[in-house]
Design a protein around this ligand. Sequence first.
Ligand code: AMP
Length: 434
Amino acid sequence: MGFSKLGLSDSILKAVLQKGYDKPSPIQEKSIPVVLEGKDLMAAAQTGTGKTAGFTLPILEILSKGSLAKSNQVRTLVLTPTRELAAQVQDSISTYGKYLPLKSAVVFGGVKINPQMQKLRSGVDILVATPGRLLDLYSQNAVKFDQLEIIVFDEADRMLDMGFIHDIKRILKILPPKRQTLMFSATFSDDIRKLAKSLVNNPIEISTTPRNSTVKSVRQWIHPVDKSKKQALLTHLIKEHDWYQVLVFSRTKHGANRIATQLEKRKISATAIHGNKSQAARTRALADFKAGKVNVLVATDIAARGIDIDQLPHVVNFDLPHVPEDYVHRIGRTGRASSKGEAISLVSADEAKQLFDIERLIQKKLDRVMVDDFVPDHNVPESAKKLLPPKNKKPKKNKNRNKPRYGKDSNSAENKIKKKKGFWGNKPNKKPKK
Ligand code: AMP
């Protein structure tokens, strides 16, 4: 099926075509007609599936037919857990809506509020916001919802994980009850379903992704290595295989800085992003990495959420995350939209528990590959012969409610898309000429 059959107007189709998409992705095929019909939606879709266009395109279509936003009013609100995701959603809205007279804006914390208030003054048709900053703006009368038609919860599972439940409840109280609600989530856990009950009304449920799946187009393995040799092994791997675009994960901000500095010392261009860096520094680092000016981006889990890089070839876990779901999110940065990717974890003996938790979650034992000269003195204990079923995830307590929130996560292209190779009209994964 082509985009032209979905009931979108020519101005939108033109922008989509210019972006180079020839076919809608499965989530887009399913969600666009539902949204256009004005129904509530609960969609299980990870980042990488094309979900953003899945809600943005029909919303633009609907809004282009009504009257424009009056001063301080908002006609569609898109809530995202993180700044990075908010900025990316806003980018998509500008891209797909470039031939429409609609106004959009993005607001998030950590930057000055006054310019955001100014932008809202004349009203915006689509506002993308993180929950905390939206509430701040509301409390200062900078934003009003009398004209609100549609609300989107993007990455609702992440919003819960990051402790936004109270903010969400507060936001719901200030929205008009008559509205169309769209909810996107990588997984539909019991907590999400409970939240959904208070949000959506008789929703259509669509799904394109199995729960906690790791993408099959991502080859995953571990290199057992002593902790003290990890840095040297990382340098060795990058040089030996000539990797030119690698996202390296570090559990801590400090670790991320150290890894980047050490790589630089060994003449590998690297930069770190984490919550202690300013928004401007993070945006610049990401742009340099995307443009190929920097070969290695070292990130913490939170800072990497929402990073959307087409066809990122390599993800390296310098250390394993404590929360096994974060492993799925980390490796979801590669192998997206049916491109091939490799996810490599450097695992030391003390990380056996994290490794076993991950293997239990993804229901798969990760291959162990020894690297000459890096064979560990302390080997990683063997995994259990038979993997137990995944544990039920308990909701996390919100310890960081008043701290700034950074990054997002998300995931990856899902199984069905991958099977249809070339579905997205892939460019080959070529190494850029230097
Ligand atoms: P998302 O899941 O919304 O984060 O989108 C993941 C990536 O897929 C983004 O880089 C989009 O630009 C791209 N994308 C979205 N829809 C399509 C499509 N129909 N064909 C090809 N690429 C797409």
